[in-house]
Structure formats: structure tokens, C-alpha cells
Design a protein around this ligand. Sequence first.
Ligand code: ZN
Length: 222
Amino acid sequence: MTEPPEHRPRPDSTYVGYLSRGVDRFRKSVFPKRRALFERLARSQQPKALFLTCADSRVVPALITQTKPGELFVERNPGNLVPVYSTESVGVSASIEYAITALGTHHVIICGHSDCGAVKGILHPEQLAAMPAVARWLRFGEEARGLLQAQHPQGDEGTRIRLLTRLNVLVQMEHLKTHPAVQAALVADRLQIHGWVYDIETGDVWAWDAEQDVFGLFPAEP
Ligand code: ZN
């Protein structure tokens, strides 16, 4: 776990300067090169996919998929979790409903990743005592931990984390199907659901292959 808050340094105000230089560079040199795209996007968006992934800073959906602004509707939260549908107000549910019903996205990609802190928290809920909100949120991953316990009760930590990351993606794909907007789109054959895991160290993406019952390298090597 990281240091307790009282021992950490004060916020580094020079970082705002770093961000401001980035914004300035975007406005003056990046934006003008893509002006036509942004002017078109100013009026509407028609993303083809809902990309649901972890909040982790190392996962950058547009970079991994080499997509442009306007192509991915992104929902992020710790652990790329999808609560089972309920009438309680949950932001994830709103994103799913809006992406599918209003925007007509035809694909939902649930993307987990290597070295995920949320997956570690799902595996070790006893370490979350100082973060009650995180602990409550990660309960939506409990089912995946149950599957791991049943399938691989032993093994080294790294292997268990890797397996849990994949099981968690599969569990969240099932949770997704409890949402009425998803059910309606699936019945009408208007939606495909994909499960991915992104490896930070290698840049590889592994995709769930339902027919083979495995995660295979995506795209597959020829
Ligand atoms: Zn993560």
C-alpha cells in the first residue's frame, strides 16, 4: 500500500504549469492540424463503440486502438466493473444506456489490464480497510474472486492476478447483459460484446474467444 496521506508532500504547483504548457501546445499546434475533424465533431458524435475500461492512468483507449476523437464512447472506473442492473442510480448504467440507446453503438468492449490495483483489491479485500468506498465498489468483482477460488485455489500471486483479471472481464460481460438496453440490442442483433485484456508491459491485447473458450492474442498472428 502507498504512504498514509499525512506523510505525503504538499501538491506540486509546478505540475499545473506543466499541464498548462500541454494545453497551450494542443491549442496552438495540435488542434489546427485537425480543425476539420473537431469542427465536424462540434455538432455531433457517432461513436461506434462503448469502451469500458479501468481508470488506470496507463490505459489509454485511443492510443491502444489508434482511434480518433469521436470514435470511442469511454466509461472508466476502478476495475472496469459493470454493476448488475438495478434501479439505483449508477453512472456506469447511465453510460451503457446512453451509448446504446441514444448513440446506437454496435460494440461494447470491456477492457481489463495487467497490474490492475482494483483486481488486487478484489483478491485481497482485507487490505482495503482505509478505503471503504473502494471496498464497496469492488464488491462488484466478488463473483470473479469466487470463480478464481473454485478454479485455481492455489498458485503464485502473479498467476492468480492474471487469471482474476481475465475472469473479472468475463464476469463483467455477463453483468452487462443484465442491462435492459443491452438486452434489447442483443435481441435485435444490433450489438456485439467483446472482452479484452491489455498488457501494459508488452502492448499486447488479448481478446476473449467464446468459441475456443480462451483469451487469444488480438488481432491473431497470421
Ligand atoms: Zn486497473
